[in-house]
Design a protein around this ligand. Structure first.
Ligand code: 2PG
Ligand code: MG
Length: 433
């Protein structure tokens, strides 16, 4: 069998922060080689698969030698001879090797890089791009992008409490046009920072460094940049990733900027005030991962007009999505394969969300590489939405550019998910409420 796995090897390479990460090469009986690289998060949910790091002095403790040796040892031995085109079987074996809830024994990094390498090898063996291999004949749509304009929170030394200030080009008709619109806003936002003497370079994912006096100032700057770029609100809308687990605990939200301390209800009220005042169409992790009551209240208050995404709250877990659907929390899920640990587990979380008619957004991590597989996953799974970070730095641009290559080669205009990917009616923006 050509697609039988002959060997699996792990290597240490480097990510966009200059930290070690795990690369895996899977070689098939045919001689074809597939590759996978583990990304790494900075703002992480406490229930997600964990990266195995060596600790100690070398590489500031970020080393992955143990994770790499698990790939060369136990993982390689278990996968040898298995059929790479049977992703579910390979992933079942990986999960079976480390049944700990957060894959802490072998490391989420060694496991996800292997799972991704199996997928890449199988697609190469089939002679098709990964997205086509995943689509398996079903029709799919180019995803609607979410592009970060300002990067804060854990990605900018907590310069703002809110982590991602992003835009979504709802008025675009193609992926290409969507990127043009985001690029315009990104450029103009940078020009505005320069004019105000506030341009200090970029944060972790390429968004402008958020040199603002308040979280709301960032929001109003973003709305002004959309205006100045010549777009109507409604055409380009704002998305926020609050990443509230970073500053919220036990129903209290303590902002560093402005030094406010909110109870759950006041915090949610503030978010709703922002939604009324600014053209916000999507909010991720509005409350902390432990605040189910807050998530339920927020979802109830804004569902129908705003996409409510669970990231740290759902950690790409089908079981958590299932639970959230049952109790009315969120209407969309962020899908990060390395939160789950394997491609199949991530696909299962996405499938559960789709069953509930939720929005589904495939997402990169803040620590990335030249690997472009999330573009293929977003498309091949027909997720409808893709979040990659900002519109600068090649670990981000590699993914956007891969999308352009795919679109021009394989897609007629119209095969773009666009605003229809949102689990909300298109909200006509009628100005500040
Ligand atoms: C997130 C991601 C990407 P990180 O919170 O959604 O912005 O960040 O990879 O650091 O978890
Ligand atoms: Mg997030």
């Amino acid at each position: 069998m050509d697609s039988a796995i002959r060997s699996v090897r792990g290597f240490r390479i480097w990510d966009s922060r200059g930290r070690p990460t795990v690369e895996v090469e899977v070689t098939l009986a045919s001689g074809i080689v597939g590759r996978g690289i583990a990304p790494a998060g900075a703002s992480r949910g406490s229930h997600e698969a964990v990266d195995l790091r060596d600790g100690g002095e070398a590489h500031g403790g970020w080393g992955v030698d143990h994770a790499v040796s698990h790939v060369d040892g136990e993982i390689a031995a278990a996968l040898q001879g298995r059929d790479a085109s049977d992703q579910a079987d390979c992933d079942r074996i990986l999960v079976g090797l480390d049944p700990t809830p957060t894959k802490a024994r072998l490391g989420g990094n060694s496991i996800v890089a292997t799972s991704m390498a199996v997928l890449d090898a199988a697609a190469r063996q089939a002679g098709v791009p990964t997205w086509r291999h995943l689509a398996a004949g079903r029709s799919v749509r180019m995803p609607l992008p979410q592009v970060q304009i300002f990067g804060g929170g854990a990605h900018a030394g907590r310069r703002t409490d809110i982590q991602d200030f992003l835009v979504m080009p709802l008025g675009a008709a193609t992926f290409d046009e969507a990127l043009v619109m985001c690029a315009d806003v990104y450029r103009v936002a940078g020009q505005r920072m320069r004019r105000r003497g506030r341009l200090y370079g970029v944060a972790d994912e390429g968004g402008w460094w958020p040199a603002f006096d308040s979280n709301e100032e960032a929001l109003s700057e973003l709305a002004a940049a959309i205006d100045e770029a010549g777009y109507r609100h409604g055409e380009v809308m704002i998305c926020l990733d609050i990443a509230a687990s970073e500053f919220g605990r036990d129903g209290r939200y303590r902002l560093a900027l402005g030094e406010h301390d909110f109870g759950r209800d006041d915090w949610i009220e503030l978010l709703i005030r922002w939604i009324d005042r600014y053209p916000i169409v999507s909010v991720e992790d509005p409350v902390a991962e432990d605040d189910e009551a807050g998530m339920k209240a927020f979802t109830r208050a804004v569902a129908g007009r705003v996409q409510v995404i669970g990231d740290d709250f759902l950690v790409t877990s089908a079981a958590r999505v299932d639970h959230a659907v049952g109790i009315g929390c969120c209407n969309a899920v962020l899908i990060k394969p390395n939160q789950a640990g394997t491609i199949s587990e991530a696909a299962a979380a996405l499938a559960r969300a789709r069953d509930a008619q939720w929005g589904t957004i495939v997402s990169a991590r803040s620590g990335e590489t030249e690997d472009v597989s999330i573009m293929h996953l977003a498309l091949g799974w027909d997720a409808g939405q893709l979040k990659v970070g900002s519109f600068a730095r090649s670990e981000r641009m590699a993914k956007w550019n891969e999308g352009l290559r795919i679109e021009r080669g394989a897609f007629p205009p119209g095969a773009f998910a666009g605003a229809g990917a949102l689990p909300v009616g298109r909200r006509p923006w009628s100005g500040p409420g």
